[in-house]
Design a protein around this ligand. Sequence first.
Ligand code: HBI
Ligand code: FE
Length: 291
Amino acid sequence: MSAHAVLTARSKDDCIIDQGWSGYTPEQHETWGILFERQLRTLEGHVCQEYLDGLQALGVDARGIPDFASMNRSLRQRTGWEVVAVPGLIPSRPFFEMLANRQFPAGTFIRTREQLDYLEEPDIFHDVFGHVPLLTNPAYADYMEAYGRLGLKAIEAKGVKFLARLNWYTIEFGLIRKPEGIRIYGAGICSSFGEARYVVEDGSAHHLGFDLDRVARTGYYIDDLQASYFVVDSFDQLFRALRDTDMVERFARWRAEPALSPFDIEEGDAVLRRGSGRYWAGFPARKTALK
Ligand code: HBI
Ligand code: FE
């Protein structure tokens, strides 16, 4: 299946390819192991327990790149989710269709040794190490399906931009409040060496209580660390926010309002931590536009 064919694919099944697990080289499995060990050292004590339980339940470890077929046997048993292999980023419609059907699309390529710290396109380490462990948690699994179902409605109702922001500040870079303190759950933090260190050690970013309107109106920069992180009380809070809101009505309202900045604290924000902004102080003009 050529990359072009995927981009013009109409149905989700057209985007699914074979993982080709037997084709991975020892060096690629070793790259996985290096990334796995380094991330776990950084995340221990700072990532939510549900994430660590998921890694263990799926048998994902430093030995090498997981084989989707065997990982899916335990994933399906727990929440009915499965990981399917795709060639890379796919169009929004098949993407949302997959999530609505409890299928998580994961890339099959792994970054090179030179790209250990950052790469443009999500690779199998970002998709599987970052996103998949929490799909073993029933409340998070329900949220991901609801997000997919809403995404299909958003395409019709011109709301995908707001879904992308919701994705960014929860699924990719979300934090969760636990009795023992604030913990990481976002895949983009879990799979990134730099961002995980920044979240754990650097006081530059604001921590704001999750609020659907605030998140949907807050832009983000795709190529840098976050100026604000949003903190949920539970994964169920995310599921309820989607279930209990007339999102099509909200899309219209949000479209009429100006985007909010992740740098500023707004009237009505639930400020759990006011960041120092130090990381950003010496920043030249932004490289990319606010999404
Ligand atoms: N495709 N493989 C893949 N992974 C994604 O996270 C993804 C995608 N296509 C579209 C998309 N995300 C965005 O449209 C949503 O996150 C809003
Ligand atoms: Fe991702």
